[in-house]
Write a protein that binds this ligand. Structure first.
Ligand SMILES: [Zn+2]
Length: 52
């Protein structure tokens, strides 16, 4: 009944298909290296915030 809205992929900013889990999207569409780079970038942002 209540369909969940599509989740926007944080890596490529593309909405996932309604019946696709974000986890599956990440595995199918992004390499491990791409995911690692994304996580590193996010971690760097968190460190920058702490420095303020
Ligand atoms: Zn994506």
């Amino acid at each position: 009944m209540a369909r969940k809205p599509p989740v926007e992929c944080p890596v490529c900013r593309e909405p996932t298909d309604a019946d696709e889990q974000l986890e599956d999207h990440l595995l199918a569409n992004h390499t491990k290296r791409k995911l690692a780079m994304f996580i590193v970038a996010e971690a760097a942002l968190l460190i920058d915030d702490d420095a303020k």
